[in-house]
Ligand binder design. Structure first.
Ligand code: SF4
Length: 218
C-alpha cells in the first residue's frame, strides 16, 4: 500500500481511534488495495458525471403504503441504508452497496437491490432509472446490476415487493416458526430477542441454545 493514499490514511485513523489489534489490522490490510481502486473509480465517475446529489450512508424508510418516510419514523414499515447513492442530473439514480465478501453473482443480492429500487422511486419520484451495483471491497470490483426504469418499478417491482413481504410475514406467523441460525445472525437486529441465541450476562459470549431443529449453517 502506497503511503499517504486515502486508504492508508483511513487505516491509520482506524488504528489510532479504534485501537486495532495487530490481528484486526492484518484483517484489514488485504482490503486496502480494493479500497484504493474504488476511490480511483469513484473519482473518475464523479469527473465524468453530472451529479445533483451524493448520498452516503443514507438511511431511508417506507411506510405501509410504500410511501417515503424516515428511517426512524413512527410509521416506518420497511427500512434500509444505502452505502452510496448518486442522483444524476439526467434522472438516473446509482446505488452502490459495499460487500466485504468475495465477489459473488448478483443473484445472491437480488432482493436487496430490488428493494433499493423501490425505495429510490419512493424518495426520488422524478427518477427515470435506477442502476444498482455491488462493490466487492476485497477485489475492488464493482458489479452493476440490470438497470430498472421507473415504469417497471411501478408496474412489476412493487407487486413483487408486496408479495415478498407477505411471504416472509406468513412464514414468521406460522404456528411454529423456527429460527434458522446462519451467517446473517451477526447482522440481525432481532438477535437479542431470538430464541436461538442468548447472551451470557457476564461475558458477552454467544451461546446457541437448542431449537430442536438443525441450523441451516453451522
Ligand atoms: S438471530 Fe435469530 S431471527 Fe436473527 S437471523 Fe439469526 S436465527 Fe434468524
Amino acid at each position: 500500500m502506497e503511503r499517504g493514499t486515502p486508504a492508508e490514511a483511513a487505516l491509520e485513523e482506524a488504528h489510532r481511534t479504534l485501537a486495532l489489534t495487530s490481528e484486526e489490522r492484518a484483517g484489514l490490510e488485504p482490503l486496502l488495495e480494493g479500497i484504493r481502486r474504488f476511490i480511483e473509480t469513484l473519482a473518475h465517475f464523479r469527473a465524468r458525471s453530472s451529479i445533483d446529489r451524493e448520498l452516503c450512508e443514507e438511511r431511508l424508510g417506507l411506510d405501509e403504503h410504500l410511501e417515503p418516510t424516515g428511517f426512524s419514523a413512527s410509521d416506518v414499515f420497511f427500512r434500509g441504508a444505502w452505502d452510496l447513492g448518486f442522483v444524476l442530473a439526467d434522472g438516473r439514480v446509482a446505488i452502490v452497496d459495499h460487500k466485504a465478501s468475495r465477489t459473488k453473482d448478483l443473484k445472491w443480492h437480488a432482493e436487496q437491490l430490488r428493494a433499493y429500487a423501490i425505495m429510490a422511486l419512493a424518495h426520488f419520484p422524478a427518477l427515470r432509472k435506477v442502476w444498482p451495483a455491488i462493490h466487492f471491497v476485497a477485489s475492488g470490483e464493482i458489479v452493476w446490476g440490470r438497470p430498472t426504469n421507473a415504469d417497471e418499478i411501478r408496474s412489476s417491482l412493487r407487486a413483487w415487493f408486496i408479495s415478498w413481504i407477505n411471504d416472509a410475514a406468513a412464514r414468521a406467523s406460522a404456528p411454529d416458526p423456527q429460527p434458522v441460525v446462519s451467517r446473517f445472525c451477526d447482522h440481525c437486529g432481532y438477535r437479542p430477542h431470538c430464541p436461538a441465541h442468548t447472551m451470557e450476562a457476564a461475558g458477552e459470549r454467544l451461546v446457541q441454545i437448542s431449537t430442536g431443529r438443525a441450523p441451516l449453517l453451522r
